[in-house]
Design a protein around this ligand. Sequence first.
Ligand code: ADP
Ligand code: MG
Length: 702
Amino acid sequence: MIQIGQDIKFLQGVGPKRAELLENELGIRTVGDLLTYYPYKYVDKSRIYRISEIDGTMPYVQLRGEILSADTVGEGRGRRFVARFSDGSGVVELVWFQGMKYVQKSIECHVPYIVFGKPNVFGGRINIAHPDMEKDDGSQKSDSGQATMNFVPAYNTTEKMKRAGLNSVAVQKLTRNMMLLFEKPFSETLAPYIVERYHLISYDEAIRNIHFPKDSYTLREAQARLKFEELFYVQLNILRYMRDRIRKYRGIVCSRIGQSFNDFYFNHLPFQLTDAQKRVIREIHEDMKSGRQMNRLLQGDVGSGKTLVALMCSLIAIDNGCQACIMAPTEILAEQHLNTLRQLLGGMAVRVELLTGSVKGKRREKILADLLMGEVNILVGTHAIIEDNVEFRHLGLAIIDEQHRFGVAQRAKLWQKNSTPPHVLVMTATPIPRTLAMTLYGDLDVSVIDELPPGRKPIYTLHMFDSHRARIYNKVREQISQGRQVYIVYPLIQESEKMDLKNLEDGYEQVCREFPECKVSKVHGKMKPAEKDVEMQRFANGETQILVATTVIEVGVNVPNASVMVIENAERFGLSQLHQLRGRVGRGADQSYCVLVTKYEISAETRKRLQIMVDSTNGFEIAEEDLKLRGPGDLEGTQQSGMAFDLKIANLARDGQLLQMARDAAALVLDNDPDENLPQNEVLWRRLRELRKNNINWRAIS
Ligand code: ADP
Ligand code: MG
């Protein structure tokens, strides 16, 4: 009898050497691991294409023909192995960039092959990179095009595995043999009433068809079932954790809207709140007075006015006898918040202090003492705030600005700053697509500021090549002559800091030469914080007209007079990062510009990404597109929260609807069975325990 937990070594056709490879290369150790090693695609063998039919729009084709000739071409990194392949109707080039030696040895000319791959058409030539090759021994199909198996699963394997003969086909055979050993149906892994309610197929049918689909319809059903299940357990875990927390901690009750809030609202507020700002302040106040601890994510596009919301919610805390703190990712931002808040508060009797690494000695001691006495009302700062020796008298509200730089653990540290944990508000200007937020920050409630203050003109964005520098500088000159200011930003990535710095220095000199009449500031990550601040401040005060900088200015900086953002080597930035940078301009009522500069030779993908920036100024739209293009694993801010990305089959970019269903189902289960003891849910709780035991990332969150 075969068991899910059984070691794979004991399967026929595995043996110690293959077992070791499977474990080391793919982490497959047990029968269950192999069972859930799903195909990454299916080859539709129901037809063979003619090379003459290929038009570059085809996702995937199967061809039959012979290799005419093959050779290694190119030098250095461009070195590749190319085989000319023909079926009589045309020629395609099969190309390998890796594992060339192995391919060269194993390939034969003038014998029939079946080739699968994704064709690229480039300059009238067709090539297929790293195709799957199989000798055509006639067993696959007859000339009538009738296949023995319509959908053939393809499994990812590594070069090392391929060299040992463990290619996709071998994995397929192992899986097939193993599957045959399971005579009885696989037992159900969801509660039957959930399977029924969400119109899912059984686990047994799903797992058999995900590997060897009967037809395309059943394949889709199998995928839906397994994706749903995967997302369901992730959501069940998150929601359970969230409810547990709500049950465990009471919240500080901040129901009163009092003196500070009203004084500010009626006498100091410099403009009308937008409707969106009003709505989120109401949502936050609802939480703060509910008796439950608030854990809320506030999403709002760059420039949507989150700082003001933070201040007004802090005033609510103060009106209820509490203190508030606002934590920013950098010293510059913390100082900017301090200044903004003090300015907004005018002469009000609300004391705001700053705590960063650079606040030292007597000053620091005084602030810490006053904080403990309750004489500081709002503490603004960096990570320094969460250090153990920082003690509040009664912290009621903790606000984290630009969440993506803080992890789950740091959030939890803030809870310990008060005997009853403070309310926590996490603010982010990196819009996170809804599907991602539901998983990444699934334990937080979400508020959205979906409206910019009135009078903002959309930033006019252009993509230009660096060969047109004169035109770029003309735009800069025109704006400066109208009294405006300009950012010029260079990328900085860790690996080649030296080169980047040189880029920046060269750029700085070029700008100084080009604009002798202007004063130019320069800011980069290698400068001391104090120096950086002096330069930033000079630009903010209007003493300099141009700021040449690396991405240190990425988040939060607010200079409303700046109207042009030039981004050099724009191809090296992620979309959200570009959006953040662009958000530094367009803060006044006049037209602002963003110029994305690249060299002429860029990939089609880069072109597409930059076009998204040109077409849209909506951060949410951009984030959605980014998610589609790059997948969730690459998005900024997702790294520290790896938990969502161990998904084996679901895709957060594409399976939004299933995710919503799964979340609803998980909520339903928790509503009906808060004590986790209903017999119909036993299977769910058991499975969740198993998953939590085996998944490191799940353990990290709760
Ligand atoms: P972000 O959400 O990016 O942190 P900020 O809080 O820095 O945005 O606000 C951006 C700018 O918009 C600031 O100059 C701020 O004073 C201004 N602002 C905020 N709310 C409003 C409003 N309701 N009406 C007009 N201007 C506003
Ligand atoms: Mg901000």
